[in-house]
Design a protein around this ligand. Sequence first.
Ligand code: G4P
Length: 528
Amino acid sequence: MEALTDAINARRTFAIISHPDAGKTTLTEKLLLFGGAIETAGAVKARGERRRARSDWMKVEQERGISVASSVMTYEYDGRTFNLLDTPGHEDFSEDTYRVLTAVDSAVMVLDVAKGIESQTRKLFEVCRLRDMPITTFVNKLDREGQDPFALLQEIEETLQLDVTPASWPIGMGRDFHGCYDLFQDQLILFDKGGNDTRSEGVALHGLDDPKLDAMLPDHLVAKLREDVEMVRGLCPPFDAEAYLAGNLTPVYFGSAVNNFGVRELLEGLSRQAPSPRPQTALERAVAPDEAKCSGFVFKIQANMDPKHRDRMAFLRLVSGQFKKGMKLKHVRSGKTMAVHNAQLFLARDREVAETAVAGDIIGLPNHGGLRIGDTLTEGELVRFTGVPSFAPELLQRVRPEDPMKAKHLGRALEQLAEEGAARVFKPYLGADWVVGVVGALQFDVLADRIRTEFNVPVRFEPTELMTARWVEADDPHLLKQFVDKNKASLAEDHTGAPVYMARNAWHLNKPMEDFPGLRFLKTKEES
Ligand code: G4P
């Protein structure tokens, strides 16, 4: 039991949030490099390219230069096990990102030093805030000219309403970038452009007055550093672990991911400060990570991880206890029990059969067609985890097979894609066509491509007059039935059979809300 608690406490399950181009991919790669999970930089990209080359639908991703799929990368550092959950960067795929964020305990926010907080950073931050998630900030690209660090700290503080405590302080910037003063460990980390050395140590100093500093840096920079640090210490609160864990304060690291600079300090910071698995809320009660019985929830379903096997993987975040190969897990929604022999663990480059895994880890369950996003698995207890969101789509199109004889195949394809969370799929109560809803327009292209290549059904998406959709709920089933009878032409059911109201315009949306005040029209639905 103690060993289990130790193993759980050594887990750091996190994601990186950023605006495209800030350097998330580069930082991911460097974290894996420092974690010893890959030997050479470039491996992450190479892996990505190999995967793309093998998979047809990924061509869309390749053509647009965006990352559509997300995955899990596990590595060790400093006696800890890090589970890094990758998130798609492009905003059309942010729904997937939101769900990934329900499965992590903390996040690293990467900012481009020249650009500061950008639109996508902000949106993702808001999702983290809803869950009071601890955020560690990494300001990237210090080898380029950017904003003054004081201005940047102020921007974080003001736009995100978050206290900031710099963990390091940059010395110069752009061409004149010399390194950072590590404010937490009182050491000087010198910048070595293009340096590939993951092992060199910082120079330990006895505070900022240490004469070693004068010997190692040009006079003007030493003077400025001393002045800056004095100001920073006056302006910013000292690091407060409690405030960080409550999501109210962010430690800020400065670095240059492409030059390996600042990455080790970030890793060490995560090892020291980032939370181990946190308790998870279920409808019935909160479930603590070190409870003896194993439990978890599905936050993502992905098809074609390996096109050779046409597989489908449900990603399960373990919430409590320990998973062991062959374990029988209860699928709470259906009441069925499944023996899990072939769960997968994800390493940086590979995946392997999971013999054991503990709370905080992510395991992949292949080929379990019955699993949906939001589902809970337990060793028997009937708890249902909450919080994995489903978003009302903002773009709705009708989809038809090119060959009318393939309507049934299309139905099956759509059902699978809906369960995977790739799209909302609605079957109108009246009429034969399906309506597909997405959050971002690019998803239609990806879907058409996937339906054609994976299910062999060429399809056409066609615009509709529909503006938005809302899930309809009521405590009183009679009222719901009354509403359904009156509004059949505007109603559909989603892949779970839940009723959905499809509105043509704002008036059409508001009307039933006024006529049926006893109903709830939901923009997001928690999967359960
Ligand atoms: P993303 O995943 O957040 O979208 O960003 P990514 O890591 O792909 O980085 C975006 C661009 O920024 C890349 O350049 C990358 O090399 C560059 N970059 C990342 N970290 C640093 C840094 O510390 N300093 C500087 N100067 N640049 C950095 P690219 O030209 O788009 O691609 P590439 O051809 O260089 O790979």
